[in-house]
Design a protein around this ligand. Structure first.
Ligand code: R5P
Length: 300
């Protein structure tokens, strides 16, 4: 198998390749002065099974276009099959019509992937089970991995006193049930969150369950950080004094790094599905890798 990487998360792609004992294939990715991209595959890929690693979270428009060109170059150059590892799948939160007149952005992306004859997509902690269905509808095989086992291991190693797990919204119930099971049925609570769809603002929600002094909020993605900050405020009000966050994808948009650093959250732990940059970093942030999780799956 030949592994190629787009420019969104070279560090993770290199780790995966290293764990599989191969080196990354050669691609030429140039940007013209008007910001258009040109992609060319250097390696011979005729009749080869190829894998492309590209995260499409931060700067999704840029990284999706780059990915489409990489896929086209591989297919045109004779690749037998192309699997895309998208550790973070951009536009996944727009998977259906929320308000009339909206585009279903994720379905547009899947349509393009299907037109480019992608054979398989591997991604982590997708926002909703509906996403798998959308891929299947377009006859693209999808492998949906989860970082929950990595978080469960991390929690075990933290040796925390009595704690509860928290889902910051009703959409995270399945996730919280799964990780609770991995931790021998640890107690969990759920927050009922209300988000204003036109502004993205979150009104403070209600809690279902008993709050312990130590609370770990589990989420799929941190974007503006508003969900977590509001959840942490509510948990503090109800008696939690040490609040941790574990989320698979750290987008950290807008002022999220500063707002999370200034919040009452003790530590924000995310995985490396999105490459960390200086601007999106902050002291309370810890990053753990999902490279092994992905490479183990690829070597099956
Ligand atoms: C929402 O349903 C998701 O699970 C996340 O909680 C949400 O997308 C995080 O967004 P933000 O950080 O902007 O509040």
């Amino acid at each position: 198998m030949l592994i190629f990487s787009g420019s969104s998360n070279l560090i993770l792609a290199k780790k995966i390749a290293k764990e599989l004992g191969v080196s990354l294939g050669e691609l030429e990715i140039n940007t013209f002065p008007d910001n258009e991209n040109r992609v060319r595959v250097i390696d011979k890929v005729v009749d080869k099974d190829c894998l492309v690693v590209q995260s499409t979270g931060v700067s999704p428009n840029l990284y999706y276009m780059e990915l489409f060109f990489i896929l086209d170059s591989l297919k045109r150059s004779g690749a037998r099959s192309v699997t895309v590892v998208m550790p973070y799948l951009g536009y996944q939160r727009q998977d259906h019509i929320f308000r009339s007149g909206e585009a279903v952005s994720l379905e547009v992306i899947i349509n393009i992937l299907s037109a480019l004859k992608v054979d398989k997509v591997i991604s982590l902690d997708l926002h909703s089970p509906k996403i798998d269905e959308l891929f299947k509808k377009h006859k693209i095989e999808i492998l949906h991995l989860s970082a929950l086992s990595v978080f469960a291991e991390k929690i075990k190693n933290m040796n925390l006193p009595d704690f509860c797990l928290v889902s910051p919204d009703m959409g995270g119930i399945r996730r919280i049930e799964q990780i609770s099971k991995m931790l021998s049925g640890v107690a969990y609570i759920t927050i009922v969150k209300n988000r204003d769809l036109s502004t993205g603002d979150i009104e403070s929600g209600k809690l279902k369950g008993e709050v312990k002094k130590t609370a770990i909020i589990i989420d799929d993605v941190v974007s503006t950080g508003k969900t977590l900050i509001e959840a942490a405020k509510l948990l503090s009000k109800k008696g939690a004094s040490e609040i941790y966050v574990m989320a698979t994808h750290g987008i950290f948009a807008d002022d999220a790094p500063k707002n999370l650093q200034d919040s009452n959250i003790k530590k924000v732990i995310v995985t490396d599905t999105l490459e960390s940059t200086k601007e999106r970093s902050f002291e309370k942030l810890e990053i753990i890798s999902v490279s092994r999780l992905i490479s183990r799956e690829l070597s099956k």
